[in-house]
Design a binder for this molecule. Structure first.
Ligand code: ZN
Length: 388
């Protein structure tokens, strides 16, 4: 396979030849007069909860569901992602983690695309607001033995654990989690500034969807948002879908953290991707509006989950924070891979053949350029191609 496109960091037109799962040869070429698409490393989404009516955190999850969700994500430019298992009963968590593990061990193609598992909860805040939609009854203080059993059920695949440092014993728990090779990420929290600081001192290195999963009102100075924004040891996860965070907050986070300490996530709900209409879930009745926005039924402003793919976040963050293409793409591709210690594709012989090809179209309603995905290549194969 051969791709001719401009490398996203330099703008240099490149011919990239792929053989098997690797780049065989990459060389600079003359620019075509009619313009050229862009090429960048495949996106890595650290937070996908499910798709098209199937959540990962479910008793009904099967190996086939995992395969379907993996396949669907290629249309978003996602070549690797972390299936995200959210707070549930111990039995459901164990079963879901085991099923994802089985899907990976049975199918090499799934294993190549599942970069690990994100366990979001159950060691999060019990308070309304910070807890978000996680069921109250299952949220609790950290329990090392329980976490070890969950990690075992997953076959050692949990790579990120979202927790709140507000519980007693959180800091020593974070130390153990980090020592076991898992990223401790602060989220769904009602922690004090001191508790945030203690968790970071203990080794926490991320914030989960900073600015979401929080109280509607906070003390103006002493609060967990400022504490996390100010700490350079934390990389901020952000849902830049245009609904979860206002543009001024996206810009403020990017300026405070610098782009190199920001990661975009989709946080796609298991109900994303379904046709517009109303759906009854375990927790509430959901409505998918004709725009694709996921809300509590009948309440158009009350979000019930995220439904926009990661590639849209790249266009949004360029516009909201006024940053360039390379910095924005890196937030969805390079940074998450680096956090997880994984290879990032490059235009040179021997690199993983893991790329997205896209164009930038002007005329986005909100302003700025719109990233239009043309092709997703993973493991040297075309995983998805836009209809021409
Ligand atoms: Zn969350």
């Amino acid at each position: 396979m051969e791709i001719i496109a401009r490398w996203y960091e330099t703008g240099a037109p490149m011919r990239i030849c792929i053989e098997g799962a690797r780049v065989a040869e990459a060389a600079r070429v003359d620019a075509a007069p009619g313009g050229m698409p862009w090429i960048a490393p495949g996106l890595l989404d650290m937070q996908i909860n499910g798709y098209r009516g199937q959540e990962f955190s479910s008793d009904r999850l099967t190996v086939e569901h995992c395969a379907e969700i993996v396949e669907a994500t290629a249309a978003f430019g996602v070549t690797r992602f972390l299936p995200t298992v959210t707070t549930n009963s111990l039995a459901t968590l164990t079963g879901a983690l085991r099923t994802i593990g089985e899907a990976c061990s049975q199918d090499r193609r799934i294993a190549a695309r599942v970069a690990g598992i994100h366990l979001e909860g159950p060691y999060i805040s019990v308070q309304d607001g910070p807890r978000g939609a996680h069921p109250h009854v299952h949220c609790h203080a950290p329990d090392w033995d329980e976490f070890c059993r969950l990690q075992e059920a997953s076959g050692g695949r949990i790579r990120v654990l979202t927790l709140s440092p507000e519980h007693p014993g959180a800091a020593p728990f974070v130390s153990k989690v980090v020592a076991s090779g898992v990223i401790a990420s602060i989220g769904h929290t009602a922690a004090t500034v001191r508790q945030v600081n203690e968790a970071v001192d203990a080794g926490a290195t991320m914030s989960t969807h900073l600015g979401n999963g929080s109280h509607p009102l906070l003390p103006r100075h002493e609060n967990y948002l400022w504490a996390q924004m100010a700490d350079d040891r934390l990389t901020a996860g952000m849902i830049a879908d245009g609904h979860h965070l206002p543009r001024h907050l996206v810009k403020s986070i990017v300026r405070a953290k610098e782009p190199r300490r920001c990661v975009l996530v989709s946080d796609l709900s298991g109900y994303a991707g379904l046709p517009a209409g109303r759906y009854q879930t375990q927790l509430c009745e959901l409505e998918i509006l004709p725009t694709g926005k996921l809300v509590v039924a009948g309440q158009e402003e009350l979000l019930a989950g995220a439904s926009r793919p990661l590639c849209e976040g790249i266009s949004n963050v360029m516009d909201f924070a006024g940053i360039g293409l390379a910095a924005a793409v890196d937030m969805a591709a390079r940074r998450p891979a680096e956090l997880l210690g994984l290879e990032v594709a490059a235009p040179r012989a021997g690199s993983a053949a893991d790329f997205i090809v896209f164009t930038l179209a002007e005329g986005r309603a909100e302003g700025g350029a719109r990233l239009e995905l043309k092709q997703t290549v993973g493991g040297g194969e075309v995983l998805w191609q836009a209809a021409s």
